[in-house]
Design a protein around this ligand. Structure first.
Ligand code: IMP
Length: 430
């Protein structure tokens, strides 16, 4: 039963897309389980750069099946554009795409409400990607969402949209927005439904069948552990469950169907949007990391906040995701930083906390405690194996493994598929 979950072990943007692309090659099924087009996964292969937001990164492999799971938030307009763009750029047949009937649909009123709610929050804004994700998941919890299974049935869709839009228009007016027209949304979105109807089918049963058949199934996470609605730095989080548990909720499998969980982390930390970030570097080194790592959002283009690797957070991510192994990415970006720091504890009121806090009050007081390690000046982007890496890099990786009590399975030393060092294959498919 080789099934593998790939999760972000930080605040998103850990280069999961590249890892899913590399391993997706070996999988029969790639299933994305949460989030929507707030995510941005960059895959560089064959001299081409693909930017995925909704499509599982496994789509590039003909012969494989990519599933948009029931836990996802799907903007049909973006999905159709992304499919067409990917098809054109690839210039070859893509993998089969299946959309779960349980996935929720993002509509224009969700995007409008995202902006109105952010404005209403004033100084407490979250810094969302403004893709309507929060308002869509709010509808889901409020049992008001429109799911793919209904969206592709014209009469049912009309009924549901009428009912929901009446409510949403009142809400938008209350927040100072303009009401939206049923006819306009219905006619535009019916055309999208026509284009994707043939892709909607029972992905849960298909995933379960694959698991029973011992196919290789890869569950692709989006965002990262600390953007998780429950385990993240609430309320500065997204509205879904990027953690490994989300792979069960968002696809129709159970916890015992998962064999391995790989947590992808950068060799440093980044975050976009507001919220706590104890190792943030608002200085020259932060700037150097941002420029060397091209740390600008794939989805919004916003400059990412950069900082030292936070091992207190990473160890917590290892626990809440029950990680089998780590995938440490972007080690190449740390070149030419003479001394590297890593956070090994948090202080609150001068006392060691030893773990991540769960309240904003505590977050406000957290001061990170750092250990300093020597950096490296060598270009490691062509290394093919562990032995090709300078001792300073090896020591850095071993320090991370020891502190988090989690072995490194894969190292990534550049954006290309080939710039990947598999250290422990047994942690991947078992
Ligand atoms: P939302 O998901 O658009 O509601 O945004 C909520 C928070 O999650 C904001 O801080 C976003 O910047 C952050 N966020 C959402 N998706 C991603 C992602 O894929 N990478 C990094 N941050 C993200």
């Amino acid at each position: 039963m080789p099934s593998l979950v790939i999760v972000g072990a930080q605040w998103g943007d850990e280069a999961k897309g590249k890892i899913v692309d590399v391993l997706g090659n070996q999988a029969e099924l790639v299933v994305r389980y949460s989030g929507g087009n707030n995510a941005g996964h960059t895959v560089i292969t064959g001299g081409k750069t693909y930017k995925f937001h909704l499509l599982p990164a496994g789509i590039l492999h003909p012969g494989s099946v990519s599933i948009i799971g029931g836990g996802m938030a799907v903007c049909p307009k973006s999905l159709i554009e992304e499919l067409e763009r990917t098809q054109e750029l690839a210039g070859h047949e893509l993998g089969e795409l299946v959309i779960s009937p349980a996935a929720h649909v993002v509509f224009p009123y969700h995007r409008a409400l995202d902006a109105l709610e952010e404005t209403a929050r004033g100084d407490n804004k979250i810094g969302t990607t403004s893709r309507g994700i929060g308002p869509m998941y709010t509808d889901k919890v409020q049992r008001m969402g429109i799911r793919m299974g209904e969206f592709v049935q014209p009469e049912r869709f009309a009924d549901r949209l009428k009912q929901v839009l009446e409510f949403k228009n009142r809400l938008m007016e209350l927040l100072g927005g303009e009401p939206m027209s049923f006819d306009e949304i219905y006619s535009e979105y019916s055309a999208y439904a026509d284009k994707i109807r043939h892709l909607v089918s029972d992905s849960e049963a298909r995933t379960q069948r694959s698991i029973r058949k011992d196919d290789k199934v890869l569950f692709e996470g989006a965002q990262g552990a600390f953007l998780d609605l429950d385990h993240g730095t609430y309320p500065y989080v997204t509205s879904s469950h990027p953690t490994a548990g989300g792979a069960c909720l968002g696809t129709g499998i159970g916890p015992r169907d998962i064999d391995n969980v790989l947590g992808v982390c950068k060799a440093y930390n980044t975050r976009v949007g507001e919220g706590p970030f104890p190792t943030e570097l608002d200085n020259e080194i932060g700037h150097q990391i941002r420029e060397q790592g091209h740390e600008y959002g794939t989805t919004t283009g916003r400059p990412r906040r950069c900082g030292w690797l936070d091992l207190v957070a990473l160890r917590h991510a290892a626990r809440i995701n029950s990680l089998s192994g780590l995938v440490i990415t972007r080690l190449d970006v740390m070149q030419n930083i003479p001394e590297i720091q890593v956070a090994t504890d948090y202080l609150v009121d001068g006392k060691s906390l030893g773990h991540m806090p769960y309240t904003l009050e505590e977050w406000d007081q957290v001061e990170a405690v750092f250990e300093t390690m020597p950096g490296w000046s060598e270009d490691i982007s062509c290394a093919k194996s562990w032995d090709d890496l300078p001792e300073t890099v090896q020591n850095y990786v071993q320090f991370i493994e020891k502190f988090t009590d989690t072995p490194a399975a894969i190292l990534s030393i550049g954006p290309d598929r080939d710039q990947t060092i598999i250290l422990r294959p047994e942690l991947i498919w078992g």
